[in-house]
Design a protein around this ligand. Structure first.
Ligand code: NDP
Length: 446
């Protein structure tokens, strides 16, 4: 580790003790950026990176609400407004018991680079709560969302900060949040994305992250003259990203072998086809059921409490949550012949896993590039709201494909190494950084 990198990380660590996820994200980015910054003194002298790791603003608030028994419950709400150099803050809301300030700061930090990579004018932010919508009635979720927005509304707005969904925040939650914002403010505006089609949402937004991920993988495969046809793919998760990544893989002729949830994973050696995927969608989105039920229905294996990385595959798509694929998993994947790992989730691979992929010289696409399709279509939803107009499904899908191609190009531009290997992590970090850094330089010390 060079001196500048060590000194920089020590300072960040001192200031953000007890924030392991945030420190993990910063050190991963700093490792590729510091050597680049050393070659470009204008960024070094203006302390651009030191400013980027400091959120512009963090809002923490109490969320009190009444459950169905009439009892008072109290949760904690957050919004991290990380960077607005290239546009209003933009990033999802996560409702999950594991939500802490550290998790949201890491997500907001990643979001800054991801949004820049899309080429759209969006700054970075992230928010959420330790509230768990699982096993709650619709009425309780609505009460919680209304209380959450009763504080959040004063910090967000169509030109200020535009939240969206993430883990635990889907159509239902966005609907309740939007309804309360509209009621308090008395205005119908594009303050949230991921809205229903009937009331300002964009076609393809639900599919965007998963589809975009697969478009990105196709670009990677093209660099070796290859395609998805016949490839064996392992997927973790069975939520929004996982479902649509699986759908696009199936449509492109790949064989999807696994899906999972926090209870374990199912392995279907025949491949999950569209009909079986429809069962999973219904199970997860409407019945709020568990993935193990798939194994019972289709007579295949369920591995309780395990992750799917020991299953032999060509391509692995971790699509559940952060740090779900560790160094041992990575070694198992490489030894089993996996040659491409692309992150649908945010930071699902631990630093040890990423090191193992780099050492084996296999393709590794970090989430900030590979899963940027979701926020890209959120950006397109904002454009449609401003235009008071809706584009067709094909129009949005074609724009999404084009954006994923451009992100891939940027990664290649900044990530190609001397031996020809494309280091997508380095490419995405530098590719995202340059636009933000130049905007910050132009705007002075603010
Ligand atoms: P969902 O809530 O729809 O699905 C999350 C999935 O991950 C579920 O299958 C869930 O299982 C599983 N999961 C969640 N936490 C854990 C855990 N601690 N251990 C094991 N499994 C877990 O979320 P999304 O699909 O929207 O998001 C998945 C990932 O993709 C996140 O990292 C998110 O930040 C990222 N992402 C999402 C985008 C989007 O547009 N939705 C955009 C870009 C990134 P269970 O049902 O048991 O909880």
């Amino acid at each position: 580790m060079n001196d500048l990198l060590r000194q920089f990380l020590e300072k960040v660590q001192c200031r953000n003790t007890a924030e392991p996820e945030f420190l993990q994200a910063v050190s991963e980015v700093a490792e590729s950026l510091i050597p680049y910054i050393e070659k470009h003194p204008k960024y070094k002298n203006s302390k651009i990176l030191e400013r980027i790791v400091e959120p512009e603003r963090v809002i923490i608030f109490r969320v009190p609400w009444l459950n169905d028994k009439g009892e008072v419950e109290v949760n904690r709400g957050f919004r991290v407004q990380m960077n607005s150099a290239i546009g209003p803050y933009k990033g999802g809301l996560r409702f999950h018991p594991s939500v802490t300030l550290s998790v949201l700061k890491f997500l907001a930090f990643e979001q800054v680079f991801k949004n820049s990579l899309t080429g759209l004018p969006m700054g970075g932010g992230k928010g959420g709560s330790d509230f768990d919508p699982k096993n709650r009635s619709d009425n309780e979720v609505m009460k919680f969302c209304q209380s959450f927005m009763t504080e959040l509304y004063r910090h967000v707005g169509a030109d200020i900060d535009i939240p969206a969904g993430d883990i635990g925040v889907g159509n239902r939650e966005i609907g309740y949040l939007f309804g309360q914002y509209k009621r308090i403010k008395g205005e119908f505006s594009g303050v949230l994305t991921g809205k229903g089609y009937e009331w300002g949402g964009s076609l393809i937004r639900p599919e965007a992250t998963g589809y975009g991920l697969v478009y990105f993988v196709e670009e990677i495969l093209k660099t070796r003259g290859d395609s998805l046809v016949g490839k064996k793919v392992t997927i973790s998760g069975s939520g929004n990203v996982a479902q649509y990544a699986a759908e696009k893989c199936i449509a492109k002729g790949a064989k999807v072998l696994t899906m999972s949830d926090s209870g374990g994973f199912i392995y279907d050696p025949d491949g999950i086809d569209q009909e079986r995927l429809n069962y999973i969608k219904h199970l997860k989105d409407h019945e709020r059921g568990r993935i193990r039920e798939y194994a019972n229905k289709f007579n295949c294996s369920f591995f309780e409490g395990e992750r799917p990385w020991k299953i032999k595959c060509d391509i692995a798509l971790p699509n559940a949550t952060q740090n779900e694929l560790n160094g041992d998993d990575a070694i198992a994947l490489v030894e089993n012949g996996c040659f491409c790992v692309a992150e649908g989730a945010n930071m699902p691979c631990t630093p040890e896993a990423v090191a193992a992929f780099n050492q084996a010289r296999i393709f590794y696409a970090p989430g900030k590039a590979a899963n940027a399709g979701g926020v890209a279509v959120s950006g397109l939803e904002m454009s449609q709201n401003s235009l008071r107009f809706s584009w067709t499904r094909d129009e949005v899908d074609n724009k999404l494909k084009e954006i994923m191609k451009q992100i891939h190009k940027l990664c290649v531009k900044y990530g190609r190494e001397e031996d020809g290997h494309i280091n997508y992590e380095k490419g995405a970090n530098i590719g995202g950084f340059v636009k933000i850094a130049d905007s910050m330089l132009a705007q002075g010390v603010v």
